[in-house]
Design a protein around this ligand. Structure first.
Ligand code: WQD
Length: 339
């Protein structure tokens, strides 16, 4: 049976997508170099789906390892998640990001083409839109200069894919995630936490758990309804399901261009202060917070126009912000061994 190769499949979005792939009847082949994830995630995915998954530890920056993998397995398509994704870390160590995120992608494409594997779904980001000129953001919005090396690797990654697709038989679907949040309802998989959180919602849940005294709201003097930054927070399971729609579209030969882009969001802008309120509505827990200075590089407001994903990809979100906050809270408690 041909397989769907999932690179970085033990990561946050990757692990949730592996679950959805299996539940949709696909056979994923999961690879990960375990640099930012733990092999335990494989066991937890297996617990959720009730069966073994195919896993190989692969360093994608080593092309020989990828060649061996493609020789060993019959691969029908690829979902490419593997990448370093921390904005601040990418500013401090750009070469680590350019090398890892770009060499892994060019190696992957070389080997795919050698083996005549022409379908790839790419994990991209709303970060390519920077501070958008108008809201909501459509896929035709201008791509702004990246505000971080991480964001630049997503932009360059899309360029590599687009140019390669124009020159070969490669078909690409690039999924631009807005802000994925939450966790699987089982609380067995979620956002990987290794010390300092990297995003708003883990900061909220760690504050709720008492690990942090209060949440620092990075600025309340933006030109937004309540002064705090606005984002489009989307449940990670909805993001995962969009990958199934994308894989199905490719395998059914329905792609209209060699390079297609879809925004993945709720299509609603929510501010930081509204997120604090949403957490309280979902859990009954009041989050103590104080207003801190703005964070360098923050976009004032960004949220998606999801019309194209809804009408062309045939995907729409099914979970609410309340679901996401409740799932995030259950995950936090599970990680802390509370539940
Ligand atoms: C969200 C909002 C902060 C923490 C990141 C990546 C981006 C994409 C989505 C991958 C901002 C505010 C946060 C805190 C706060 N990921 N905040 N206090 O920066 O929108 O985007 O995730 O593709 O590439 O950069 O997400 O969760 O860091 O911040 O006030 O303690 O919450 O200022 O307005 P961001 P985030």
């Amino acid at each position: 049976m041909s397989k769907i190769l999932v690179t970085g499949g033990l990561g946050y979005i990757g692990s949730h997508t592996v679950v959805e792939l299996i539940q949709a009847g696909y056979e994923p082949l999961v690879i990960d170099n375990l640099s930012e994830s733990d092999i335990e995630v494989k066991d937890r995915i297996e617990q959720i789906v009730g069966k073994e998954i195919l896993f190989e530890q692969v360093e994608m920056c080593n092309i020989e390892e990828l060649q061996a993998l493609f020789k060993k397995y019959n691969i029908a398509g690829v979902i490419h998640f593997a990448a370093f994704l921390l904005v601040n870390e990418s500013v401090a160590d750009p070469l680590k990001y350019y090398h890892n995120n770009l060499v892994s992608t060019t190696n992957l494409l070389r080997v795919m083409l050698e083996h005549r594997v022409y379908n790839i779904v790419f994990s991209s980001s709303c970060t390519v839109y920077g501070n958008p000129d108008e809201l909501p953001v459509t896929e035709n919005a201008s791509i702004q200069p990246a505000v971080s090396p991480y964001g630049n690797t997503k932009k360059i990654g899309e360029d590599i894919l687009k140019d390669t697709a124009a020159a070969t038989d490669l078909k690409v679907i690039s999924l631009r995630y807005f802000n994925p949040i939450g966790a699987h309802e089982s609380a067995l998989i979620g956002e990987f936490q290794d010390g300092e959180p990297h995003h708003l919602v883990p900061y909220i849940t760690e504050t709720a758990f008492g690990i942090r005294k209060e949440l620092k709201v990075f600025g309340d003097d933006y030109n937004t309804p309540d002064g705090s930054c606005v984002r489009d927070y989307i449940h990670v399971v909805d993001v995962a399901k969009a990958h199934i729609s994308a894989v199905q579209r490719m395998l059914d030969g329905k792609t209209e261009d060699s390079f297609e882009v879809f925004n993945l969001g709720m299509g609603v802008g929510v501010s930081v202060l509204e997120m604090i309120e949403a957490f309280k509505e979902a859990t009954g827990i009041e989050i103590p917070y104080s207003i801190a200075p703005r964070r360098e590089g923050d976009v004032e407001a960004v949220y998606a126009d999801t019309t194209k994903a809804n009408t062309v990809l045939g995907w729409k979100t099914g979970k609410s912000l309340k679901d996401a906050m409740g799932d995030a809270w259950r995950w936090e408690k599970a990680v802390r061994g509370k539940d």
